[in-house]
Design a protein around this ligand. Structure first.
Ligand SMILES: Cc1cc2nc3c(=O)[nH]c(=O)nc-3n(C[C@H](O)[C@H](O)[C@H](O)COP(=O)(O)O)c2cc1C
Length: 418
């Protein structure tokens, strides 16, 4: 992060964050992380600065050591940090922005404006808002710039979609250029689009997908923009199949999540790789876990929140708040609630009790999964939750005989040369 900050164009901002948050030598494992205020519509300047810096560093580090394009992915649902995050990534020269989990109609136009350092707005989705309510958030780069900069490259924008309707809607109604699509099926890791029509669950409580959820690739081809296929495409056969279907390529997540370079906690990685090798790895599509309401893929692993005992022992706390729903209360004021927070609190904000059942605090869980668990009162250490696609059961194909691990380059080589 120091290396990234040294290349950040606004040194005063970089120094402010460093002097406030850097702990020389690292924090003791039993000490809590400093908490920040949660994101709200009128985001405090400090949070915007941290979003700009974090996204800059993420892209800067990913671009080191090669000349290939780097993209960054955001969930549309996590709305409030979008504009400063995009600007930070663009300052670092991001080439692609990918966005799913929602309909990101207003992002392409924001990219056009931010690339010229012009103010951009993004309208918050607020439950209960009425027509005429002003829910716009504005971000003006000039308020953060410490010097003049040349215009930035406008990254290409790819929408992650799971239906033909969404692809057409994006092209017709987006406020700027949509450069292509990632078409992601329900076997992919992370969040999945829910099945179309009425939600039906199988005996294990997983959503059932059918014919209507198939994307017609012929119609996608007719739209005339490049597309990539995702969800179980991490093999040479699937790459060939995608190219033959007219795709520009594939998007792969699960295979990379378990490689040596991935930030997934080492003990989780090893335990799940061992399960794969012994034929015991399982992935469930959990229709309740994610506060977003989207189905979420969960690798089953003892000691993580996929284990009902571990889940029930976790004190419900919402202190990161990225997935909070913004709502307009009966008094006309804007509030924030998450079905993963304590049920009584959620209900006191007008949320429905039944929405809290089975919800996981993905914000804390995913940070724990990459080795940054919050520690509460020196006692409770947040547990992780591993997301993986159905392809988890096949990732042993990247292990050379007898090797305990594989590298990202093994995946790339196999996909391109297999
Ligand atoms: C650990 C993990 C985290 C992911 N997080 C996101 C995410 O934040 N946003 C997103 O659009 N997709 C996310 N995905 C989905 C990937 O971008 C990709 O589309 C998907 O993994 C492809 O299918 P595969 O898992 O079968 O390779 C994630 C996938 C994994 C495995």
């Amino acid at each position: 992060m120091r290396r990234g900050l040294e290349h950040f164009p606004f040194p005063v901002m970089a120094e402010r964050a460093w002097s406030k948050f850097h702990v020389p030598g690292g924090k003791p494992a039993s000490a809590p992380y400093k908490t920040l205020p949660t994101h709200i519509r009128n985001t405090p300047r400090e949070l915007s600065e941290l979003c700009i810096l974090a996204n800059f560093i993420e892209v800067f580090l990913a671009r080191e050591g090669h000349d290939n394009p780097v993209g960054i992915n955001y969930l549309e649902k996590v709305q409030i940090p979008h504009l400063p995050s995009l600007y930070g990534a663009m300052l670092a020269g991001v080439s692609y922005v990918l966005m799913g989990a929602g309909l990101p109609l207003k992002i392409p136009g924001a990219l056009d404006l931010l690339s010229c350092h012009k103010p951009a707005t993004y309208t918050l989705h607020v439950t209960g808002a009425e027509e005429g309510d002003d829910m716009a958030m504005t971000f003006a780069p000039s308020e953060f710039m410490e010097c003049d900069l040349a215009p930035l490259v406008r990254p290409k924008f790819l929408a992650v979609i799971a239906s033909n309707v969404l692809a057409t809607t994006m092209l017709k109604r987006a406020n700027g250029r949509v450069d292509g699509f990632v078409i992601e099926g329900p076997t992919a890791g992370g969040h999945n689009a829910p099945p179309r029509g009425k939600l039906q669950l199988n005996e294990a409580g997983e959503p059932i997908y059918g014919e209507r959820d198939q994307v017609d690739l012929g119609k996608i081809r007719d739209l005339g923009v490049p597309f990539w296929l995702a969800g179980g495409y991490g093999s040479p056969e699937k790459v060939r199949e995608s190219l033959a279907a007219g795709a520009a390529g594939v998007q792969v997540g699960t295979a990379f999540a378990y490689c040596a370079e991935s930030g997934l906690r080492e003990d989780y990685k090893q335990a799940l790789l061992a399960k794969v090798l012994s034929g015991n790895a399982q992935v469930a599509t959990d229709s309740l876990a994610s506060p977003t309401g989207f189905p979420f893929k969960v690798a089953q692993l003892e000691g993580t929140l996929s284990d009902p005992d571990v889940y029930s022992r976790r004190p419900r706390v919402c202190d990161l708040g990225y997935l909070r729903e913004v709502y307009k209360g009966p008094d006309g004021k804007i509030g924030y609630r998450c079905p993963g927070e304590p049920a009584t609190v959620y209900v006191s904000k007008g949320g429905k009790q039944e929405n809290t059942i089975g919800r996981v605090c993905l914000c804390n869980a995913l940070l724990a999964t990459i080795g940054h668990p919050q520690v509460r009162r020196g006692q409770y250490v947040e547990r992780g939750l591993v997301t993986s696609g159905d392809d988890l059961t096949g990732i042993a194909r990247f292990l050379s005989h007898g090797e305990p691990l594989y590298h990202a380059s093994d995946v790339v080589n196999k996909l391109l040369n297999g």
